[in-house]
Design a protein around this ligand. Structure first.
Ligand code: BES
Ligand code: MG
Ligand code: ZN
Length: 474
């Protein structure tokens, strides 16, 4: 998709798309656009559209309802492209002459870009959906800073599409090595550094819990570090994303839902795509992102239930269940980050527990933090971006559940209760008492059903949330 500002091109588009608020439709359609549309046919109601021919141009009116939120506008615009491919030729105009505020225009542009995304990566060319890579999109608006809005929307939608892809690609393609290569490709952009630990280097860095999980897989583990540095940095943020490229459960093999476990790197996707976005926008922060990437599989070397393994933090861990693997790789990711970087705030994102899904469904992620400020800021950014996270308690009694008799801690308390909370308490043991840490369990929201695909797919949950969270502090 190639965005152009109105006035910078002369070629005429075959389709003009005009978003219209409900309360002003009757007024504005004739006065501003010279369109005579009876209110009984189109009145700007939410989710309504109306296609008409006006002179030599098709016009698509898109109803915004009376007062729309950014997520609704994004969805409406995503729908246009993903559901009306047949009316779209090589050029369209998005006409924001009815002055939407800049946030709504941004969402509309993001949504429109996302509309071109499809998961048909492996279909024969002739069976693929129309691809809109060369589609010219003329943006018409009287807002002076429209070029900045367009530029920013492009960067946000690129990051979201990247996050979609990382989750949607299958685990024979999207391996730990694929994620490491992805990170390497980003290197150099605005000075970004990518550091990849292979198995040998991870061993010498004592990332033993991370390596234990990888033992049952033929795919090489990769411990990925990205460093973005800015001369005017306001603070240093650390991100850690769970990068289990497929979770079979290990020897405690999954009996349910295994087919969805390519999404078990949803935390990594959020962290990598957010890092790309921060770098693209060159935001004035220092950011260190870590993605421990492994596959949790089964073979003769796979780690065993009851094994006692070591960890980067120096705590020994009794493995009760090999399917509680995410917390093991995160433990090493968090410990490595906190011990090697002077981080002001640490946030990890992980598709960590079925328990968080049982608690919140698909409505929000579970939020755990040892800092009230950090927790409040994340909660607020979540409400603002419609990528909601909601707090659960971190009382000490939950930590006791994870006590082991043979080791310093165990990876599962063996009970069908409080699974998301006890997992969070486990992680907390590995942050070296960093005063400002948050854990987002995004198992229910990173991947799921949407109107845009028949199968479950990636949602890019976390990208917009983290961007907002960061920008609220600048
Ligand atoms: N990747 C899963 C969690 C998950 C479940 C993600 C459903 C997305 C949807 C995680 O590794 C896992 O297996 N968790 C177990 C932990 C248990 C064995 C302590 C779970 O939640 O059942
Ligand atoms: Mg698991
Ligand atoms: Zn997992």
């Amino acid at each position: 998709m190639i965005f152009e500002l109105s006035g910078s091109t002369s070629s005429k588009s075959s389709l003009r798309i005009i978003p219209i608020f409900e309360n002003s439709a009757a007024d504005i359609l004739p006065s501003k656009f010279g369109l005579d549309v009876h209110p009984s046919v189109f009145s700007g109601k939410k989710d309504s559209t109306y296609l008409l021919q006006h002179h030599d141009q098709l016009v698509l009116l898109v109803g915004l309802g009376e007062d729309q939120e950014i997520n609704e506008v994004e969805k409406s615009f995503r729908r246009i492209l993903s559901k009306n491919a047949e009316i779209i030729q090589d050029k369209v105009t998005l006409d924001f002459s009815q002055d939407l505020d800049s946030k709504l225009i941004e969402s509309a542009l993001i949504g429109f870009s996302l509309g071109g995304y499809s998961i048909d990566f492996f279909k024969r060319e002739k069976d693929k959906k129309k691809d809109f890579r060369d589609l010219k999109v003329e943006v018409k608006s009287s807002i002076e800073s429209i070029h900045l809005i367009v530029d920013r929307a492009e960067k946000i939608s690129n990051a979201k599409i990247e996050a979609f892809k990382l989750v949607d690609l299958p685990p024979n393609v999207l391996t730990p090595t694929f994620l490491a290569d992805w990170a390497k490709k980003l290197e150099g952009k605005n000075g970004l550094k990518a550091i990849i630990f292979d198995q040998k280097k991870a061993k010498s860095e004592r990332l033993d819990a991370f390596l234990a999980v990888s033992r049952g897989s033929a795919k090489a583990p990769k411990f990925i570090i990205l460093e973005h540095r800015h001369p005017k940095a306001k603070f240093h943020l650390g991100l850690v994303g769970k990068g289990v490229t497929f979770d079979t459960g290990g020897l405690n093999i999954k009996t349910q839902g295994m087919v969805h476990m390519k999404s078990d790197m949803g935390g990594a996707a959020a962290v990598l795509a957010t890092t790309q976005l921060i770098v693209d926008l060159n935001l004035p922060i220092n950011l260190t992102s870590i993605v421990p990437a492994v596959e949790n599989a089964v073979d003769k070397d796979a780690y065993l239930p009851s094994e006692v393994i070591q960890s980067h933090a120096g705590l020994s861990i009794e493995v009760i269940d090999t399917d509680a693997e995410g917390r093991l790789i995160l433990a090493d990711g968090l410990s490595y980050l906190v011990q090697n970087y002077a981080i002001d705030q640490v946030i990890d994102l992980a598709t960590l527990t079925g328990s968080s899904v049982a608690t919140f469904g698909y409505e929000c992620g579970a939020l755990f933090s040892n800092s009230e400020d950090l927790s409040n800021n994340l909660q607020k950014a979540g409400l603002e971006t419609f990528e909601k996270v909601w707090p659960l308690p971190m009382w000490e009694n939950y930590r006791k559940e994870m006590d082991s008799e043979i080791a310093d801690i165990k990876n599962y308390h063996g009970k069908p209760i409080a699974g998301a909370i006890t997992a969070a308490k486990f992680l907390e043991a590995f942050i070296h008492e960093h005063p400002s840490w948050a854990h987002l369990d995004i198992a229910g929201v990173a991947y799921g059903d949407t109107e845009f695909s028949k199968t479950k797919s990636g949602t890019a949950f976390g990208v917009h949330l983290l961007l907002k969270f960061i920008e609220n502090q600048l």
